[in-house]
Write a new protein. Sequence first.
Length: 318
Amino acid sequence: MAIYHCSVKTIGRSAGRSAVASAAYRAGVCLEDERTGEVYDYTRKSGIEHTELIMPEGITLDREQLWNAAEVSEKRKNSTVAREYEVALPEELNPEQRTELAREFARHLVERYGVAVDVSIHAPGREGDSRNYHAHILTTTRQVTPGGFAAKTRALDDKKTGEIEHVRATWAHLTNQALEMSGHTERVSHKSLEEQGINRQPTVHLGPAVTAMERRGVHTDRGELNRGVDIQEAQKELAAAEQVQAGAERMRAQARQWKQAQEQAKQKEIARQRERERIEREEKERQQKLEAERKAQERERLEQGRARQRSRGPDLGR
């Protein structure tokens, strides 16, 4: 049964997150964050079915260049550096159809908002629902032009603009279009069950016992209510990885601060030592000057004494 899921989230520095790290994890690649010098290597991550960058016309950045440029374009320590659309892909579609559906949605985001889009399609996790095909679609928060990163897409930050609802409706429309073109009768809706006139709860908590039965292939009444919408395993994996990432980044930041403090203390000690050496050198020069003046005065007194004796002549007596 085709299901609908389209969530919109932001990736911000205030939560200790990085656009470069997020892109590396979702695409299963190795990227270097030029702002921090950190390298994020997720090349051993499994389950990545397809990755692709979709750009506005005239933009030819690769993934590392794109997300480093996104980081550089934001100056504040609490800046939002990327936006993520997490969508469920119908298991009724084949891999090529799922890829084209995600690609079509990405093109819409590019055309409507002028952003750059990074698409990563993930296969179901080993421990989760085997039908849980989904995509992580990262976008820049600024328009990307041949001249660089431009204005922020503020309309997507405010629910009152209706843009988030438009995005969710667009995903439903494109999903239904893909299902129709592939000959399937299933349809999805971005509207709530209440808005659709369906009188039931959206999901039911399964509990550990029912979850274990579902994973063994035993269908339950509770499981039927949630069939096809369980993307919790992917979300948990992503959240756990991001928590580890945020913790590691905090530790690295603390290490950098400690190193900077040590370097500053070292430089201050060097400066103090140089000041002591300067004072000692000046004092030595002052003492040498005083000694030279004393010797000069002594020589002058001796010369004056000799001159007086010569002026009196020899003492022959009377």
